[in-house]
Design a protein around this ligand. Sequence first.
Ligand code: GLU
Length: 429
Amino acid sequence: MKAPMNDYLAELLEICGEDDGAVADYIPELAGADPDRFAVAIATLDGQVYSAGDADVEFTIQSISKPFTYAMAIHDQGLAGVLERIDVEPSGDAFNEISLEPSTGRPRNPMINAGAIAAHALVAGDDADKRSERIVDLYSRLAGRDLSVDEQVFESELSTSDRNMAIAYMLKTVGTLTDDPADVVRGYIRQCSVSVTVEDLARMASVLAANGVAPDGTRVLEPGVTRQVLSVMATCGMYDAAGDWLTTVGIPAKSGVAGGLIGVLPGQVGIAVFSPRLDEHGNSSRGVRTFEKLSADMGLHLMEAPESARSVVRVPKAQADDAPSVHEVAGDLRFIEAERVLRGLEAEPEDDGVVVIDLHRVHRVHDVARRMLLEGIRRLRIDGHEVRLVDPDGLLPDPDVDVSEPGDDTPSEDYTPQVFDTVDDALDA
Ligand code: GLU
């Protein structure tokens, strides 16, 4: 069978191919880009990549590097250390605005150049070369192949980097930069000049979507780091069109002046589009259109609640007096499902009857749900029940609870429910 996804993407390019906008020319080498190039790619969390159009054409990553370097700065310095130097407020300004927050002297966010240059300098490494090497290595791990710097674009941008130099010297005056500003800008421009294809970008985005885990199961970024990065992308990723983007497309995103654009749908996919003509905000015109269409066609807007939750909670019907009741859960056990389970357990009368909690169709128990469930078990026990868990995959390890009465001199007393592989085993025990 021919992959329907690829056909859909090819169709998308046809629909969104109007040739409005203009190629960025403030970096001389970018002015020579073929304006008609157009490509789209979608990467799933398990490593499947679908693409259409000029999917093997390389271009420079430019500002799409910013979220990934920000991730590395957080990894190296800790979130608090980074927040001390770079804020997370949308600026509404152009990407290369020479300004800092008046009250704190911090760049407003890491997606504009001031914040991105500061983030680059927070990456561990003795000099620009070392930092850039580590950064390219991270991008390569995210893309799943060795990436390298396009030296021509790098030299070209370096020769016209007065504005970024001005920003870096300004950062030095307020103490945000302690290294040589020119060296930091050199490293920052190297990071912007990494050469990628639209498929590389989709893969990189998919690792953010997977909470930092690559398709082969290796963890590349910590979950707390990806959450921070995606939040900043959602509010500041699209230059001064970030609000418009969030309301229409509703996906955390980042664009670059070479025409690349990535979107990250947490828990689902990484998406990338490449087309060099830019709109008045500096975002790829066709890229924006493609994302708008994709989001509408596939219902990807983050703020659109799914119509039916994936998880099911079955509360037992009334049974004969001495029959055990079975509370069954399927899917993901998060706050909202655990609340439904607790509501069901609350209806159990205070007696010594058996209560079975069946988790055999659950695939994940989130930490908050674990705490809620253990509290439910504790209270059932205090009411006099025997609790039996059906948990063949050990999703609720160490389910022991403290059932001692509150009070200073009461020794603590633990209760551990019996665990079974099947509901029948639990009922027959
Ligand atoms: N290297 C570019 C700059 O700093 C990146 C700009 C962008 O992609 O928005 O000017």
